[in-house]
Design a protein around this ligand. Structure first.
Ligand code: SF4
Ligand code: ZN
Length: 310
């Protein structure tokens, strides 16, 4: 391998899509720099703003916490780590422990909210109660997780939540929305979109970085990898889309990048014509599109199931 294209040091990684070879130090700096460019290109974070980083405890979110805290030296944001404990026996403990230890090393406040405290049930209980035919476990869980993140962000007084979605996640989600015929959701992917159905703004500072580069950054930064996965994880179509994109990328380096650019172009044209009416939920007051938010709708269904079981 050729020496580092930037400093001539020993090679560590080659970006196949650009042909650039980097040493370990320049690779690390390039990840921090790319994140800085993305946050500034899309005006994700304002100077001095309170930022809640949604940390699941996996490699991506712990890396995001690291990178944002390095960038924070210039932007002087107040950073908080927030985590959601869904209540899945034997799964979340390790991730929460990893997050707690990284936060204490970095001197950051770590706030954990749980489904049990917020909604009155653990995910284990809710999935046992819910009607399996309705929605997949992850779609069901996602509705409550989004609300839990909003609650945690409100608790620490943050005006923006940063999530660790990377370029691969972004392109996969774009394609899956198309495959599900869920075009109205594309607007959610617009980095400039302000969705009033989320009380707190969402940003994705890693959306222009390949997943494999974040994994390498995590490895290089000695960020622990979570060994247990959620027992309810069922990615179905997403796994096929991921494999398809990886094989395209292997044959045509840079293809995922091109797809990201095309997705962003389509999304920005589409979200300009999207006007969504938002009304307060009649039950909890949170924003909703129909007068009853998804959280209250799903909670009502769970209660119905429970009454039915008697
Ligand atoms: Fe929830 Fe699915 Fe994540 Fe498990 S894998 S915590 S069910 S979103
Ligand atoms: Zn509601």
């Amino acid at each position: 391998m050729a020496p580092c294209s930037r400093c001539g040091g020993p090679p560590f990684f080659t970006r196949k899509y650009s042909g650039e070879t980097l040493c370990a130090k320049c690779f690390r700096e390039s990840i921090v720099e790319k994140t800085r460019q993305t946050t500034s290109r899309y005006h994700m974070l304002s100077r001095g703003e309170k930022v809640a980083v949604a940390v699941s405890g996996g490699k991506d979110s712990l890396s995001l916490l690291r990178v944002l805290s390095e960038l924070n030296v210039e932007s002087r944001n107040e950073l908080f780590a927030i985590s959601v404990d869904e209540g899945v026996a034997g799964y979340r403990e390790e991730a929460l422990a990893n997050t707690k230890s990284l936060c204490s090393d970095m001197g950051l406040q770590h706030t954990v909210v749980s489904y049990k405290d917020l909604f009155g049930f653990t995910l284990d209980q809710a999935l046992d109660w819910k009607d399996e035919r309705e929605v997949s476990s992850c779609s069901f869980c996602g509705v409550f997780r989004r609300r839990a993140i909003d609650e945690a962000a409100a608790k620490v007084g943050a005006s923006v939540v940063a999530t660790a979605h990377n370029l691969d996640d972004y392109v996969q989600t774009f394609m899956m929305n198309l495959m599900h015929g869920d075009v109205s959701r594309l607007a959610w992917l617009d980095p400039n979109y302000r969705d009033s159905s989320f009380p707190v703004r969402r940003v994705k500072p890693f959306m222009e970085i390949y997943e494999e580069e974040i994994a390498l950054f995590a490895y290089q930064s000695a960020i622990p990898f979570q060994s247990v996965s959620c027992p309810y994880m069922h990615e179905g179509l997403r796994t096929e889309v991921r494999d398809f994109l990886n094989s395209l990328e292997a044959g045509h380096p840079g293809m995922k990048n091109v797809l990201l650019r095309s997705s962003l172009d389509v999304i920005s044209r589409y979200s300009r014509v999207q006007e969504k009416e938002v009304v307060p939920c009649s039950s909890c007051g949170n924003p909703s599109s129909s007068g009853l938010c998804n959280v209250c709708r799903m909670k009502a269904k769970i209660e119905q199931q429970l009454n039915y079981r008697g």
